[in-house]
Design a protein. Structure first.
Length: 203
């Protein structure tokens, strides 16, 4: 039988994105959320920047989430488990799509009530090595009224775009090609927590 990792790889191959509910166990989701909350309370989060290197800047009119980068050399127990899952996704995509993905980088993200991230592409000049975006949502509960959907603009063969709105339901994994799908985070009515990362074609 096809594994969940193979299914993700096939969907990436066929349509450039994949969505998997309950990708991680409820225990792992709750533990990652708990750790994230402790780090937040310890004041470890920073306003997210846009751009990279000399072009890096805080632009709260573009995005106003707060992030904390995962340190691959000092992963917590639960971060390591999630990292291992992403590793399996990486290998499956390489096998199916020959993308030569070599490594992963990621950060916790907290979108406070009222925050958003306007339409953008994850792969741009300074981060051309970002090939595949991988997001896991950690929220305890989410309903329509909470808003804060991830809105993807799927390019169509006729040049138009199809809009796909995805609720940040806890345990849900979203994977997509970083250089192909523009997307945004719609304003959220409730605190919204995730780990966002990128599979890269460099070490
Ligand atoms: O949290 C999300 O749904 C998307 C976040 C995002 O687009 C990003 O961090 O680049
Ligand atoms: Fe993004």
């Amino acid at each position: 039988m096809e594994s969940v990792y193979e299914r993700i790889a096939s969907e990436i191959y066929d349509k450039s994105y994949a969505i998997v509910d309950d990708f991680i166990s409820e225990d792992l989701r709750a533990s990652l959320l708990q750790e994230q909350t402790e780090l937040l309370e310890a004041g470890k989060f920073r306003l997210a920047a846009v751009g990279k290197g000399e072009k890096k800047q805080i632009r709260t009119e573009i995005r106003n989430d707060q992030v904390l980068w995962l340190n691959p050399d000092e992963l917590s127990r639960y971060e390591s488990i999630y990292w291992g899952e992403v590793e399996k996704v990486r290998l499956a995509i390489n096998q199916r799509c020959y993308m030569g993905l070599k490594s992963f980088e990621g950060h916790f993200a907290r979108y406070p009530k009222g925050s958003f991230y306007v339409r953008h592409m994850d792969q741009f000049q300074q981060v051309i090595y970002r090939q595949v975006t991988v997001i896991i949502y950690l929220n305890d509960s989410w309903s329509e009224e909470d808003a804060g959907m991830l809105r993807m603009y799927l390019p169509q063969a006729n040049g138009s775009e199809e809009i796909l709105d995805i609720s940040p339901i806890g345990g849900r994994l979203v994977v997509f090609l970083s250089g192909e799908i523009p997307h945004e985070v719609l304003p959220t009515n409730k605190e919204r927590i995730s780990i966002t990362g990128w599979l890269k074609d460099i070490d």
